[in-house]
Design a protein around this ligand. Sequence first.
Ligand code: AG3
Length: 284
Amino acid sequence: MGFNDNDKERAFIEWYPRGYGVGFKIKERLFEIQTKYQRLELYETEGFGKLLVLDDTVQLVEIGEESYHEPLVHPVMLAHPNPKKVLIIGGGDGGTLREVLKHNTVEKAVMVEIDDAVIEVSKLYLNIDRGAFEDSRAEVIVGDGVEYIKNVEEKFDVIIIDSTDPVGPAKMLFSEEFYRNVYNALNEKGLMITQAGSVYLFTNELLDAHREMKKVFDRVYYFSFPVIGYASPWSFLVGVKGNIDFTKINLKRAKSLELAYYDPERHETLFQMPKYVRDLLEGA
Ligand code: AG3
C-alpha cells in the first residue's frame, strides 16, 4: 500500500478496488504528517512535479492538475448566464479557487475547507493557487462544509464540491440531505458540480450519488473526463436548479480563460461515455 521504498524503483501507488493501481516513480519523499483529519504525504515525482496524497489517495500532481480543476470549474461557470457568487466546498490546495477567479463575472468566491493543514502545505510547497488566496474576491473559511451549507443564509450561483471520494469520510457529501442543503443555498437559478470518482472502479458509488441528486435537483447531468493522476476517466455530476441548460455554454466568456484541457468549443464531447455507463445511468 502506498509508498514502496524497498524496490530499486521507488514508487507511490494508489490502490483502487479490484487491485487496480495508479503509480508514480518517486525522486524524493518530502514528508508525511498526521493532520487533525487525515494523513498527508508530499512527494517529488520523476515526471509530474510534486504529488499530494491524503489518506493514501492521490489529490493532485503539479504537472497536470489542471486536467481536474478545469473540467470541475469551467463547464458549470460557463453554463450559468452570470455567475457572481460561487461557493467551493473542499479544494484546500486552491486550484479550484484559482480557476473560479479567472471568471471576471465573479464578485465573491467562498471556499470552505475542513483541514487547514492542506491549505498551509499547499501554500508553502505547491503554489497551486497562484495567488488566488490573496485575491480580494476570495474568502477562505476553515470549517466543515456539511455544517456550513446547513446554516448558510447567503445564496450562490454556482456551488462546487471538490471533495475526496464517495467512500470514507466524505460520504456525507454524496447524500440526499446534503444535496437538499446545496439546492437551498443556490439562487433560483444555479448549478452545482461534484467530482464522483472513477467511472469503472467506483461505479456503484457514482450510481448512488446520481440517484440521490436526481431526488433533489431539477435536472442532473453526468460527464466524464480524463484526469492525470486518477484512475480515469473520472466522473463528474452536475445538478441544475431552475431554467439552465448545461449542454449549452457561453463561448464568448470562454475566450479569456486560457485553458489547456477542457475545450469550451467542444463542450458536447464531455457527454461521451462508455455504453455500459449510459445503460447504467439510464436504468437507474
Ligand atoms: N479532490 C478530489 C480527489 C479525488 C481523488 N480521488 C482519488 N485519487 N481516488 C482533489 C483535490 C484537488 N483540488
